[in-house]
Design a binder for this molecule. Structure first.
Ligand SMILES: [Zn+2]
Length: 206
């Protein structure tokens, strides 16, 4: 509730983060003074739904949950998107375009490592949720924290990456698609891997 509102895109930089206090660009140009990863899947898809989406081979993101001792999810990792990015200033999942022939789990973990400094060995994927469009798809990879993970913004795509209490997620200005998906994703986190597309190795469902 102390976070900047949706109109506040000029987030002050923390001192001493190595960027020298450069102004936050207001134009949709990737800053050149911060790391930015590229894959062969980077690019827009003109979708038959009438919109365009990022990721020539689809996209994926990581929904990483921290649970309390009784297994109840208490926080998830969210990314505060850089002002220059699509729907800049909103909060969503660390993730991005899949590389050619890259499966969604691999891609989501790769992007989470690149953007949020999340070590894949600290994470256990538990399931996926796929949003299908005519010419594109987005896979949310649900995962549990198995070793303490301290995410941080590690490239140009994030203003901030942090644990957000589950009960506070809906109060943030969310990326539209993530906001639409959040009620179902939250239910799935709470219910555990109870659906048909739970990953092999998850808890038995029958
Ligand atoms: Zn579409």
């Amino acid at each position: 509730m102390t976070d900047a509102g949706p109109g506040a895109t000029a987030v002050p930089r923390a001192p001493g983060n190595g960027t020298g206090g450069a102004p936050v660009p207001s134009s949709p140009v990737v800053p050149s003074d911060v790391p930015h990863h590229r894959t062969a899947g980077d690019g827009w898809v003109e979708c038959a739904c009438g919109r365009r989406h990022w990721g020539r081979f689809g996209a994926a993101g990581l929904l990483l949950a921290r649970r309390d001792a009784s297994g109840v999810p208490v926080a998830v990792v969210l990314q505060h998107r850089a002002p220059w990015s699509d729907q800049g200033g909103t909060w969503g999942l660390p993730g991005g375009a899949l590389a050619p022939d890259e499966d969604a789990v691999t891609g989501a973990l790769r992007e989470a490592a690149e953007e949020a400094g999340i070590d894949p060995s600290d994470v256990r994927p538990t399931g996926t949720s796929v949003l299908r469009h005519p010419d594109w798809s987005y896979t949310t990879v649900l995962a549990d924290e198995i070793h303490p993970a301290e995410p941080t913004a590690t490239d140009a795509e994030s203003v901030e990456v942090r644990w957000v209490p589950v009960d506070e997620v809906a109060d943030l200005p969310l990326l539209a698609a993530f906001g639409d998906a959040w009620p179902d994703l939250r239910r799935r986190l709470g219910a555990g891997p109870d659906t048909a597309d739970a990953l092999p190795g998850g808890a038995p469902t029958a």
